[in-house]
Design a protein around this ligand. Structure first.
Ligand SMILES: O=P(O)(O)OC[C@H]1O[C@H](OP(=O)(O)OP(=O)(O)O)[C@H](O)[C@@H]1O
Length: 223
């Protein structure tokens, strides 16, 4: 289904829920997050500031994405001898970054999960047609048994992510065991990806008709 949006503003959580149901989760916004997004959108932001503030937003998105992975009940004893009923992060997950912008999210994941395995996929897009194809993929050998946190900060058409998901499913990963961790996406990209892989879960910090496609160039300093 083609989605055409002429309203140039970020979507709120109610609109997201109405259009995409449980497929898309919006990072709950606040003034702190809005400031980070403003700095990343500003054409006058220096490269050094861009990386610094992008890393802050990435950390928030990664922390929220981890909340979509399984936790199990556990009990611990506090220093005063009391029983505390808590939760323990489950094993059997891995990260996969889409080169190159997705690599910007690897450190944020490692800061939370010190020794998590991280695979990589390189997808190349044609600058004119936006057609994407996979050039390279390397995963943990047991990836088919793992839940996958797929990392890519920008979705403009969604083509890059669709190709990356293709490779994962070809390696035996079930669609409903993939969580896409994303910073900015367009409504058209979400619609395209949801139509393509309806059972994958997507978490983003902003749904906006204009994608900040300068992200990779500015973060890595290749502009
Ligand atoms: O959803 P899509 O339409 O596939 O687009 C996703 C991103 O990929 C492109 O960037 P680029 O080729 O510079 O990627 P990189 O930053 O990862 O190198 C494009 O400018 C988007 O930022």
């Amino acid at each position: 289904m083609e989605f055409i949006d002429t309203d140039i503003r970020p979507w709120d959580a109610n609109e997201v829920k109405e259009q995409f149901g449980d497929s898309l989760t919006l990072l709950p916004s606040n003034d702190n997050i809005k400031e980070l997004q403003t700095i990343l959108r500003d054409k006058n932001t220096t490269r050094s500031d861009f990386k610094f503030y992008a890393d802050r937003l990435i950390r928030l998105v990664i922390e929220e994405s981890l909340n979509k992975l399984p936790f199990t009940d556990c009990e611990v004893i506090t220093p005063t001898g009391a029983l505390y009923k808590g939760l323990k992060y489950g094993a059997g997950n891995c990260g996969v970054s889409i080169v190159r912008s997705g690599e910007a999210m690897e450190q944020g994941l490692r800061d939370c999960c010190r020794s998590i395995r991280i695979g990589k996929i390189l997808v190349e897009s044609d600058t004119d047609t936006h057609e994407a194809h996979v050039v390279y993929a390397k995963f943990p050998e047991d990836i088919a048994r793992r839940q996958v946190l797929l990392m890519y900060p920008i979705m403009s058409t969604g083509n890059t992510v669709k190709q990356a998901v293709n490779v994962l499913t070809q390696h035996g990963v079930k669609e409903d065991r993939i969580i896409l961790s994303n910073l900015f996406c367009t409504p058209a990209a979400v619609q395209a990806v949801v139509d393509y892989v309806p059972r994958m879960k997507i978490l983003t910090a902003e749904l906006h008709p204009v994608a900040p496609n300068h992200f990779g160039q500015k973060y890595f300093g290749t502009d």
